[in-house]
Design a protein around this ligand. Structure first.
Ligand SMILES: [Zn+2]
Ligand SMILES: [Zn+2]
Length: 238
């Protein structure tokens, strides 16, 4: 760990008044944390210009290298991976698990499935996912048809909820549009009237916006037999 610069009393050289950053020279305010002991204060000053992972404390060389992770602060790449893995495991453990057959027979869920990690939706369901997965992980990498080991399909996918409609906020839109204007530009317009137009536009069935979001409470386990059937069919056609 780098050492901080010490600010000492000229008449009493062993009396340290404050610590400063060894890189930029800025004196670090001791009052930032009234509970900090000397060791902690020293560390904060020494690291003033450094970025460390808030989970494992490793030095992140450039600020952009870390990823700000909600609830964790700035994390290094391996810690982001670990946090995401733990989150995925928790989600998997607490979700309801459907077989492909149950998914096909469940009238409460849509055809659309979502593949985490690739952030991809498949409107036509699991068979579409298999085709994409296979093209992406095998066919595109072996255009010569080389007999490489075939990829494993994902273990599961998430079912999706349909989101119908959208609300457009008049104030947000105006604020956005007037960003470069003078501050009081928004004062003389009738925001409520615009909101009324927007609400009417959104309610019109002709403007129905429809999209999907993953439902992290329900997942479908991919069936090994169905995977094999897919591969066998592909071999037949190749
Ligand atoms: Zn500094
Ligand atoms: Zn880390």
């Amino acid at each position: 760990m780098p050492e901080p610069i010490l600010l000492v009393d000229q008449n009493h050289p062993d009396r340290v008044l404050a610590y400063a950053c060894p890189t930029c020279g800025m004196v670090v305010d001791k009052t930032y944390d009234s509970h900090a002991d000397d060791e902690r204060y020293r560390k904060v000053a020494a690291r003033h210009c450094e970025f460390h992972c808030s989970k494992c404390d490793v030095l992140i060389i450039k600020e952009g290298e870390g990823k700000n992770y909600p609830g964790y602060g700035t994390l290094c790449e391996p810690c982001v991976e670990k946090v995401e893995q733990e989150r995925d495991q928790r989600r998997f453990d607490s979700a309801q698990h459907l077989t492909e057959e149950e998914w096909g027979n469940d009238s409460t869920v849509s055809m659309v499935v979502y593949l985490d990690g690739h952030d991809k939706y498949f409107p036509e369901g699991i068979e579409e996912l298999r085709e994409w997965w296979f093209d992406f992980h095998y066919v595109s990498q072996h255009p010569d048809g080389a007999q490489q080991p075939l990829p494993n399909f994902p273990a599961y996918v998430w079912v999706c909820n349909e989101i119908v409609g959208v609300r457009l906020d008049a104030s947000d839109i105006l604020e956005n549009a007037l960003e470069e204007h003078s501050e009081d530009a928004i004062d003389n317009v009738d925001i409520d009237a615009l909101q009324k137009h927007l609400d009417e536009w959104c309610a019109d069935p002709a403007n129905q916006i429809c999209s999907w979001e993953p439902n992290f409470k329900k997942l479908v386990l991919l069936s090994a037999e169905e995977n094999e059937r897919f591969i066998a069919k592909w071999r037949e056609e190749a």
